[in-house]
Design a protein around this ligand. Structure first.
Ligand code: IMP
Length: 425
């Protein structure tokens, strides 16, 4: 029985939510393993749009076990809001949601410190406190979910952390300091509301796999935002690559069977950082509007550009994709000529590999192959044979370049606007 990891192959916002939602039907467990409420996974069910930030999108299906793994950084306030919204829409949360004891908590001081550091050095983060929370985790100062059940431990950690944070807020940033008691009471209140979800989820997941259940690991953000393999420092603070599923959920690499890369038919990026194939003219704006390329979490306009096969080859390698899903193909309908980046020019040299040095990547210009576009609408097409010939050629070009099979093609936002070329599980 398969365990499958779903990974964003670009800079996030590839449309993972829809593919996860589709595959969830065949799965029993859906697990988030990294990131936090910086993610925004959009799923459209019966014309109703849901944007999930922390809870695995499997929650929109009946009786799926949805797990927030130890690798996630969790903002209790954001989670409670999400739970509330879902309950109001009739989604059943209790008995379906489980949170790892070792999940780190985003604290108000993480958000406060990020607000200040973004003013000094702009990464263009979502300002959800993600980076500072992972900083505390690695520095071994973090507050974890389990600490909510031990008030003395929680109090001591908040006190020790605030000593440093308040010093920085006051002396380095000239900003308002935070109140220890207020934070403690707030988190004790969260403890009351969230304790029923806390569990040994690593044991649950491993037992499920051993008992032949189908488990889906839902990645957030994308490979080029990975803390190690992305465009550092313009990245998020977690391992967004497939390996992150093992560390972020407590599962051996031996137990992962399938790794599906989600590739948008073009490229987008939010926030700062290099983006060689960015389209800065009218066409970029046209794609943004047609593709609804505005952040699901922050509402920021996404930068839009041509497909970048150099970045995608790197992504296919570090993740080991067993298959690919192409999303938003319909957004390219009606564009006369489609450019695809097949290499980078750096000075007088041609690069075929994604450079590790940010300083080089920033100076690279794309080498494009031009493919003919199609005028027909691909929106809602469900059968591969019905795609325009030029759309098929575009897909074939991607498949041949990456040497990974395209298994799914998404042709619209709705659940059934999808082509299954080869069932990936
Ligand atoms: P952070 O994750 O809030 O620390 O932001 C770091 C970088 O990752 C910024 O460029 C964000 O725009 C980007 N980022 C974080 N989450 C997402 C996402 O879900 N989609 C796309 N970009 C994201």
């Amino acid at each position: 029985m398969p365990t499958v990891v779903i990974i964003g192959a670009q800079w996030g916002d590839e449309g993972k939510g829809k593919i996860v939602d589709f595959l969830t039907e065949k799965c029993d467990y859906v697990v988030r393993f990294q990131g936090g409420c910086n993610a925004g996974h959009t799923v459209v069910v019966d014309d109703e749009k849901y944007i999930l930030h922390l809870i695995p999108s499997g929650i929109l299906h009946k009786n799926k076990k949805c797990i927030i793994g130890n690798g996630v950084v969790l903002d209790p306030e954001s989670l409670l809001k999400e739970i509330d919204t879902l309950i109001k829409k009739g989604v059943e949360i209790d008995n379906n949601l489980y949170i790892a004891k070792h999940c780190h908590l985003i604290m108000p001081y993480h958000i406060a410190i990020e607000e200040q550091s973004e003013k000094k050095k702009k990464i263009g983060t979502t300002k959800k406190g993600i980076g500072p929370c992972y900083t505390d985790k690695i520095a071994r100062n973090g507050v974890r979910m389990i600490d909510l059940l031990y008030p003395e431990v929680l109090k001591n950690k908040i006190q020790a952390n605030l000593e440093i944070i308040n010093f920085l807020l006051k002396n380095l940033y000239n900003a308002e300091t935070l109140d220890e008691q207020k934070i403690f009471s707030q988190y004790m209140d969260y403890a009351e509301k969230l304790k029923k979800y806390i569990d040994d989820v690593d044991i649950m997941i491993n037992n499920a796999i051993d008992n032949g259940k189908n488990v889906l690991f839902e990645g957030a953000q994308g490979t080029l935002l990975d803390i190690d393999h992305g465009t550092y420092p313009y990245v998020t603070s977690s391992n967004t690559v497939a390996g992150g599923a093992c560390t972020g959920a407590g599962v051996s690499p031996k137990k992962i069977n399938k790794i599906i890369g989600i590739v948008k038919a073009y490229t987008t990026r939010v926030g700062e950082g290099p983006f060689p194939t960015e389209i800065k003219d009218e066409l970029g704006e046209q794609i943004r509007q047609k593709g609804g390329e505005f952040g699901a979490t922050t509402g920021r306009p996404r930068r839009c550009g041509w497909l970048d096969l150099v970045g995608l080859k790197h992504s296919a390698r570090v993740n080991g994709f067993t298959g690919i899903a192409i999303t938003k193909l319909d957004i390219l309908d009606g564009i006369d000529k489609l450019k695809v980046c097949v290499g980078y020019k750096y000075g007088n040299t041609v690069l075929e590999e994604f450079p590790k040095e940010l300083e080089i990547l920033e100076k690279c210009t794309p080498i494009y192959e031009e493919l003919p576009g199609w005028n027909e609408s691909t929106k809602g097409i469900k059968d591969y044979d019905n795609l325009p010939d030029n759309a098929k050629k575009y897909l074939q070009f991607i498949e041949d370049s990456l040497k990974v099979k395209i298994q799914i093609i998404s042709t619209g936002q709705k659940r059934d606007e999808i082509i299954i070329k080869e069932f990936p599980l």
